[in-house]
Design a protein around this ligand. Structure first.
Ligand code: NAD
Length: 465
């Protein structure tokens, strides 16, 4: 198919779409007042996208990448301002990463068998219209990452973004649509609503034309999509432990852990959330973590921190959302300790059952647990990961220890001798995603995760060997 053919298909379907009357939110492309209208617009846009050759989808994706890089600073500023979480510089890097390393159509693969009985192909086709829930912790990054992967697979996507990050999420929805329209593609490749709620999510979950649900967020939302009766991809919570054994390069381990745990103030779900260290190297690790920029608290300070960042909800300790993604200096000032912004991490020693170690805090706070040996470290790490099977990290030069831990913890991500963000292709090999489907097993999602396999058989012919 040549360019003229492609453009005429796109134009004819766009003209048909324009005759449909829906109530759009006038200021942003793809943002609707009602979820029903958003879904209708997505259904129409999908009719165009599914006919687009891969080459044309890639043209749209290229422009999304370009515009995301151009707007990276704006996204970072908007995100921090609206959610009150994270660090602008790190969010700029996250947007560049998502633009540069999220796989596009190259991820869509065909498998073929040819032989005496002909030619059989398995091709990856679109689900159609996908419903996606996005978090407040990486809001626009997830919208952009999901859109690239989903339209690479020939789908369109309806978002019900986190209400606490609606401005920046819908800014991203607008940007991906502008990117499509600018290169001659359809509007509404991604849609959203102006005021997302649990009710709008429910309309999406139950709509007969939504073929796949993708939830990125905490346990509540993942359970909700998995209970919907629809096919669903669940990218849920983690509590990644990092284990340090006596064979590690301890100074490097300390700096890597510090850098991973403080990136965007510990908002990424993959970030180091607690440290378990073999006793003989614990003092050295703590020394270097302080050298890197951590502030060590002890005794009564630890109790005050726990009372500040955890709250009692119906008899259960849960995180105080006021401190999620905040700077270490801000959190320390709340317990009467004043430091400057060069201090990016709060560390303390505790037992493995301390609530600040057990809970997924998403704050630049690291409890350090000393244990006798690597086997005890692995046992504790498995227990603190809570069976999420999400992410785990280790610093060691002993291949047997690394192998043992990797097998026992059984997580979607296992980073060795590097900061956790190496798992997202930042200083490590491989592609980027902000939807890590630990619960449902896809692992790091990409375009092919959003496709279904279709077998295409030609019997007795087309084998030309
Ligand atoms: P959250 O769970 O508070 O919210 C996520 C989204 O789900 C929001 O849009 C929220 O409105 C919606 N939601 C919550 N309960 C729902 C329900 N019952 N039905 C429909 N929608 C519902 O998450 P958050 O605080 O923004 O993000 C942090 C959590 O997400 C952490 O636990 C983190 O580990 C996890 N996370 C996981 C990944 C991953 O790829 N696995 C990525 C980012 C964040």
């Amino acid at each position: 198919m040549n360019n003229i053919d492609i453009e005429s298909i796109v134009k004819s379907v766009i003209i048909n779409m324009q005759s449909d009357k829906v109530s759009t939110n006038n200021t942003l492309n793809g943002v609707f007042d009602k979820m029903e209208d958003a879904i209708d617009a997505s259904i129409e846009a999908q009719k165009v996208v599914r006919q687009l050759p891969l080459e044309f989808r890639e043209k749209i994706i290229d422009n999304i990448r370009k515009k995301t890089i151009q707007h990276a600073e704006k996204f970072a500023e908007l995100g921090v301002k609206e959610t009150g979480m994270g660090r602008i510089g790190d969010k700029v890097l996250k947007h560049k990463l998502v633009a540069e390393k999220t796989p596009g159509t190259e991820d869509i693969k065909t498998v073929a068998w040819s032989g005496d009985r002909g030619l059989t192909l398995v091709e990856q086709g679109p689900f159609g219209v996908i419903g996606a829930i996005t978090p407040s912790t990486n809001p626009s990054e997830t919208v952009i990452c999901n859109t690239i992967g989903m339209i690479a697979g020939g789908n369109t996507v309806v978002f019900n973004p986190h209400p606490g990050a609606i401005g920046v999420s819908n800014y991203a929805v607008n940007l991906v649509n502008e990117a499509s329209v600018e290169v001659g593609g359809p509007n509404n490749i991604a849609v959203s609503v102006a005021k997302p709620t649990l009710e709008t999510a429910d309309i999406m979950f139950k709509h007969k034309n939504i073929q796949l649900l993708v939830a990125t967020g905490g346990p509540g939302v993942v359970t909700a999509v998995l209970s919907s009766g629809r096919r669903a991809i669940g990218a849920g919570a983690g509590n990644p432990p990092v284990v340090v054994d006596e064979t590690a390069d301890i100074r490097k381990a300390a700096y890597d852990i510090y850098n991973g745990a403080t990136f965007d103030n510990n908002l990424p779900c993959i970030a180091e959330k607690e440290v378990i260290v073999v006793a003989e190297v614990a003092d050295e690790l703590i020394y270097y973590m302080q050298e890197a920029g951590s502030y060590m608290i002890t005794g009564d300070e630890i109790d005050r921190l726990a009372k500040t960042v955890l709250v009692n909800k119906n008899g259960k300790l849960v995180i105080n959302r006021d401190y999620v993604g905040k700077d270490a200096s801000y959190i320390l000032s709340a317990i009467g300790i004043n430091v400057d912004d060069n201090t990016r991490c709060i560390i303390f020693e505790a037992d493995g059952d301390h609530p600040l170690v057990v809970e997924e805090l998403m704050m630049p706070i690291l409890g350090i647990v000393r244990v006798e040996d690597v086997d005890k470290a692995i046992d504790l790490a498995v227990s603190l990961e809570h069976g999420n099977r999400h992410s785990a990290h280790m610093h060691s030069k002993n291949v047997d220890n690394l192998t043992k831990y990797g097998q026992r913890i059984d997580t979607a991500i296992f980073v060795k001798n590097a900061p956790s963000y190496a798992a997202l292709g930042f200083g490590g090999e491989g592609y980027c995603t902000f939807t890590i489907a630990s619960r449902t097993g896809e692992g790091l999602t990409s375009a092919s995760s959003f496709t279904k396999n279709r077998r295409c058989v030609m019997a007795e012919s087309l084998c030309i060997r």
